[in-house]
Design a protein around this ligand. Structure first.
Ligand code: ZN
Length: 455
C-alpha cells in the first residue's frame, strides 16, 4: 500500500536529516531559507516554552508538499526514538490527507510542526506538538495538537491516564467554563454548544508544567479561527480543589421541560431515554408505582442520566373519587415502590388526568405539577402530529410539555422533538429545575403548580 511506503520513506528521510545535524542543513530543493523564515515565525511563540531538549529542524520542499518541522532531541534514546516515530506519524497523516494530488496545478500544502516541552519534578517531561497544515489560497490552516508524557529517569513514555488524579477532568471543566464565560475575548465568542465542548471528558489531553496543568484547544475548535490555538493554564491548587458542582443548564437560554407520564415502559421509555442520552438532554418522568415495582431499572437509568422521576400515583386512580384514607394508601404504596427502586421517596407528583383540588392537595406530601402544552399524543398516536402540536404552541420559554412514555409514536416524536428544541435554542430541563428557576426555591410539598403556573 502506498501509505506504508510513504511512511518508511519519511522515516528514512528523518533519520538521514537527523544524522546531519539539521540546524544548518541546506534543503535539496530551493527556497530553504524561505521555508526556514516561515518556520521561525511559527516557532517564535514556542521558544520560551521549550524547557527541555535541543531543537532539531527539518525543511523539505517536495512539490506540492513542503515540510517545516521542529522537534526536540532529549539524549534519552528510547524517548528520542519514540519522538521520531511520532514525527513520522505526523508526516504520514499529512501526506495521506493530501495524496493523490500530484497534478501540475494542485494547491501547495505546507506542514508546519513546532513543539513545547515542560518539566516537572525533574523527571516528568510533557511534550506538546503543534501542527499547522496550510493550503495555498486558504485563509486558515488546519490545526492539530498532540500531547505526550515521558519519564526521563526511566527513559519511557507514560500514558496520560497514569498522571491524573481524582476530580482532574471535572475540575478542569469547571475552571474552563468559568474562565471562558467571564473573560474576553472568549466570553462574547463562545459557541452555543460550549457546555458540551467543555465537558470533563474533553480534558484528557494536557501537559504538566511548573505552575499548573496546560490544556490546548485547536484553532477553530472552540472559538472562531481568528483566535488561533487557545492555551489554558490551570493552577495546581484549582486542579486539586474539590470539584465545584458544574452548573447543569445555561441560564441565558429559554428553558422548557418535557414530561412523560404513565411509564415506565420497557420498550418506549427506553427509546426515549436513548434519545435524551444521545443529545445530552433531560426530561421528567411521572411514573406509576406499580410499573416502578416491575421495571425499577428504568427510573434508575433516567436518574443516572440527570432526568427527574416523580410519582403519577400507584395505579392511575382518579383522585376525585378517593377518600383521604385511600389517597394516603396510594401515597404510601407509591413511596414504597420509589424507596425500593431509587432509595428515596418521590418529591413531585402529577395527579392522574390532572385531577387535583384543595382537598387532594392537602393530602399529597409532594409538589403537584401539571403542564402547559398538551401534545394530545395519546389521541393522535402520530409522531408528526405531536411535533406539530409543539411547534404550534408559540414561545415555549418556561413551559411544561405533556407526553406519555408508553406509546411508540411518542417515543418517535421525542426523537424529532429533542433535536428540534435544541436547534431552536431551548435548554431542556427537569420540572423541578424549572420551578426552582421561576420561584427561587425547590418545589414545595402540598402545593399545586398548575396550568397557569407554566403558562
Ligand atoms: Zn396519566
Amino acid at each position: 500500500m502506498k501509505s506504508k511506503s510513504i511512511l518508511s520513506l519519511a522515516l528514512a528521510a528523518l533519520l538521514l536529516l537527523n544524522l546531519c545535524g539539521c540546524e544548518n542543513m541546506v534543503s535539496a530543493f530551493s527556497s530553504h531559507s524561505a521555508l526556514l523564515e516561515q518556520g521561525e515565525a511559527f516557532w517564535a511563540d514556542m521558544r520560551e516554552n521549550q524547557q527541555f531538549g535541543e531543537a532539531v529542524t527539518v525543511t523539505e520542499q517536495n512539490s506540492p508538499l513542503a515540510y517545516i518541522l521542529q522537534y526536540p532531541k532529549t539524549e534519552h534514546p528510547a524517548i528520542d526514538a519514540r519522538i521520531e516515530e511520532i514525527v513520522a506519524e505526523i508526516r504520514s497523516d499529512f501526506e495521506e490527507s493530501h495524496y493523490p494530488s500530484e497534478e501540475e496545478n494542485s494547491p501547495k500544502h505546507t506542514l508546519l510542526l513546532g513543539y513545547e516541552t515542560y518539566i516537572t519534578e525533574e523527571t516528568q517531561l510533557s511534550l506538546v506538538f503543534f501542527e499547522s497544515d496550510q493550503t495555498e489560497g486558504e485563509e486558515y490552516p488546519r490545526s492539530h495538537i498532540r500531547m505526550f508524557h515521558f519519564d526521563l529517569k526511566e527513559d519511557k513514555e507514560v500514558p496520560a491516564k497514569e498522571l491524573v488524579w481524582d476530580g482532574f477532568r471535572e475540575n478542569a471543566s469547571a475552571y474552563a467554563r468559568n474562565f471562558f464565560t467571564t473573560t474576553e475575548p472568549y466570553k462574547s465568542q463562545l459557541p452555543d454548544n460550549y457546555t458540551k465542548l467543555l465537558k470533563p471528558k474533553r480534558f484528557s489531553r494536557f501537559a504538566l508544567t511548573d505552575t499548573g496543568v496546560l490544556f490546548c484547544f485547536e484553532q477553530g475548535r472552540l472559538f472562531p479561527e481568528s483566535l488561533g490555538d487557545i492555551h489554558l493554564l490551570i493552577p495546581y491548587d484549582k486542579m486539586r480543589a474539590v470539584a465545584a458542582p458544574v452548573p447543569k443548564h445555561d441560564k441565558n437560554k429559554p428553558w422548557v421541560a418535557l414530561t412523560f407520564d404513565d411509564g415506565p415502559n420497557p420498550k418506549h421509555t427506553t427509546t426515549i431515554l436513548n434519545t435524551l442520552e444521545a443529545y445530552d438532554a433531560v426530561a421528567a418522568f411521572f411514573d406509576l408505582g406499580k410499573l416502578v415495582d416491575l421495571y425499577p431499572y428504568i427510573p434508575r437509568r433516567a436518574e443516572a442520566l440527570g432526568c427527574e422521576v416523580g410519582s403519577h400515583s400507584y395505579n392511575h386512580s382518579n383522585f376525585y373519587y378517593l377518600s383521604n384514607a385511600q389517597i394516603a394508601a396510594d401515597v404510601q404504596a407509591t413511596g414504597t415502590a420509589f424507596q425500593k427502586a431509587l432509595g428515596r421517596q418521590p418529591s413531585i407528583f402529577r395527579p392522574p388526568y390532572g385531577n387535583c383540588d384543595a382537598r387532594i392537595e392537602s393530602q399529597i406530601p409532594m409538589a403537584s405539577v401539571l403542564w402547559s402544552v398538551d401534545t394530545l399524543d395519546w389521541k393522535s398516536r402520530n409522531a408528526s402530529a405531536i411535533l406539530k402540536a409543539v411547534k404550534d404552541s408559540g414561545d415555549l420559554n418556561g413551559k411544561v410539555i405533556l407526553m406519555h412514555g408508553i406509546y411508540e409514536s411518542s417515543a418517535k416524536a421525542t426523537a424529532l422533538l429533542v433535536p428540534y428544541l435544541l436547534e431552536e435554542g431551548y435548554e431542556l430541563v427537569t420540572v423541578s429545575e424549572l420551578i426552582e428557576a421561576k420561584s427561587g426555591e425547590k418545589p414545595q410539598p402540598n402545593k399545586l403548580y398548575g396550568y397557569s403556573y407554566f403558562g
